[in-house]
Design a binder for this molecule. Structure first.
Ligand SMILES: [Zn+2]
Length: 491
């Protein structure tokens, strides 16, 4: 398949400081590499042309925090708080996926990302219920042809009375996932180098829920088997349990550029200093953090301190997989916070559109160790590119293409997407996939998961959470239930 294209006559928003924004500009891609950016490029004969008239050409979005498997659970937690999310998604629905569901979740989750202009994602996969599941989730990402780091998660979904056959395997000591992670690494990721589209990463079970020693043991195991990246949730704002994981890692001299932590709103200043000093990276997910009391999102504060900082969509069960939406929410929430903090009437706007666009592209590339490979339209980088069509009423006219991308465009405006020089979406349609057929499969899978979840013995699961898993989660759930009983119905 061809990976050489002459993309002609678009508005280039390069996110490269030297190139900036260029009008009536061409981008030349040869064998998947960007080889020239400029006006009226002379191109070698035989290179196929892509007409970018009325389009903004920008680097693909880099989503640095996602649980891709949750594709079938859309809207399930959109009115929920974090303890409710944990209880329902991580203890009930997560136990109801068979391997086929896991494959479809990751395949369609990756495809909907591409559809929305996301060309890279970190898949923090914490639904590995059996070795068949781990094969399935990797194959889902692979078949979608997205660029990604698959992070093998050690989280154990609950096996409760009545859970369907084939959806969850018995636990063993030591955890069978440890050996399975190594098998998956060897089978699918023999080189695991930065120039491969799909790389292997690792995700300890839930770093702030287990003891520090357990979490560190898991982290070191990930390093031992060759993970390109290790990811985990930490410092969850109002949900922070005072673990201060970054401090603990610093004390043991374990911080390094292979660590990518998500959320992080309640990091202390000394922890942010350590993050910068050791090249650790942060992923902020504005929508879930603001909804679920994990904020206020730290991304600008971290970027101001020269930390590697980026954005992610987190969970499709809560919000759409749309980085335009995350950029917009983050920018306006931060402006609001800053405006409120000023005494009297503000005299300068605190943050600009180009800052948040950088976080969603180049910032992400820096966070995942690919700053020389993706994240901007720069000669020598791989061609992960998005063409956003500006012919809709909403996008006519465009006086400033950066502001148009950040505050006006949405996923439905994405016309063409290239990943590694390969066209994966063109003319508004994904290439190589028949969505109506796939949609039928996904709807059936979704229905099966919901049907199986109805057998969940809620009291047994709650009891187990209280006694074995997390008294913290149990007490927060009880408080939410109490508040609901006392609430006046609104509908
Ligand atoms: Zn997460």
């Amino acid at each position: 398949m061809s990976k050489s294209y002459h993309i002609r006559n678009g508005t280039v928003v390069s996110v490269d400081e030297e190139i900036g924004v260029k009008y009536n500009c061409d981008v030349l891609v040869e064998n998947g590499t960007i080889t020239a950016v400029g006006n009226n490029l002379k191109v070698p004969n035989g290179i196929a042309e892509i007409d970018a008239t009325d389009c903004i050409i920008s680097p693909g979005f880099v989503d640095t925090h996602r649980h891709t498997w949750q594709t079938q659970l859309k809207n399930v937690t959109s009115d929920a708080l974090l303890p409710e999310y944990f209880f329902n998604i991580r203890n009930i629905y997560g136990s109801c996926y068979n391997a086929r569901d896991a494959y479809l979740g990751n395949l369609v989750g990756a495809l909907e990302s591409i559809d929305a202009g996301i060309t890279f994602l970190i898949d923090h996969c914490h639904m590995i219920n059996s070795p068949r599941h781990s094969d399935a989730v990797v194959e889902g990402l692979r078949d979608a042809q997205i660029r990604a780091v698959f992070c093998y998660g050690l989280y154990r979904n609950q096996k409760w009375t009545g859970v369907a056959e084939g959806t969850i395997q018995d636990e063993t000591v030591p955890d069978w996932r440890l050996e399975d992670a190594k098998r998956v690494k060897d089978k699918y990721f023999p080189t695991n180098s930065p120039d491969t589209l799909l790389r292997f990463g690792f995700a300890p079970a839930e770093v702030e829920r287990y003891s520090v020693d357990e979490s560190i043991g898991q982290l070191e195991y990930g390093r031992k088997i060759g993970a390109a990246l290790i990811t985990g949730h930490i410092s969850l704002g109002k949900m922070d349990r005072g673990v201060n994981f970054i401090r603990k890692l610093k004390q043991r001299k374990l911080l390094g550029p292979d660590l990518l932590f998500s959320h992080c709103a309640s990091l202390h200043d000394d922890e942010l200093d350590a993050v910068r000093e050791y090249g650790v990276s942060l992923s902020v997910t504005p929508e879930t953090e603001m909804q679920m009391a994990m904020g206020p999102p730290i991304v600008f504060r971290a970027a101001d301190r020269k930390c590697n900082a980026s954005l992610g969509c987190d969970v499709a069960c809560n919000n759409p997989i749309d980085m335009f939406q995350q950029m917009r929410l983050m920018l306006q929430a931060q402006r609001n916070t800053d405006n409120v903090a000023v005494e009297g009437v503000p005299t300068t706007i605190s943050r600009k559109c180009h800052e948040v666009l950088r976080l969603a592209t180049m910032g992400g590339a820096e966070c995942v160790g690919l700053k020389d490979v993706i994240g901007s339209i720069t000669v020598g980088k791989r061609a992960d590119l998005v063409l956003t069509k500006c012919t809709s009423m909403r996008l006519t006219p465009v006086h400033d293409p950066v502001r148009a991308l950040v505050l006006y465009a949405n996923a439905s405006d994405v016309d063409t997407v290239l990943i590694d020089g390969l066209i994966v979406k063109q003319g508004g349609n994904l290439t190589g996939f028949d969505w109506p057929t796939l949609r039928k499969d996904l709807l059936e899978s979704s229905k099966n998961i919901i049907d199986r979840s109805k057998a969940a013995p809620l009291d047994e699961i709650k009891h187990r959470i209280l006694t074995e898993k997390s008294a913290w989660l149990g007490s927060n759930l009880s408080a939410i239930e109490k508040a609901k009983q006392g609430a006046v119905p609104t509908a």
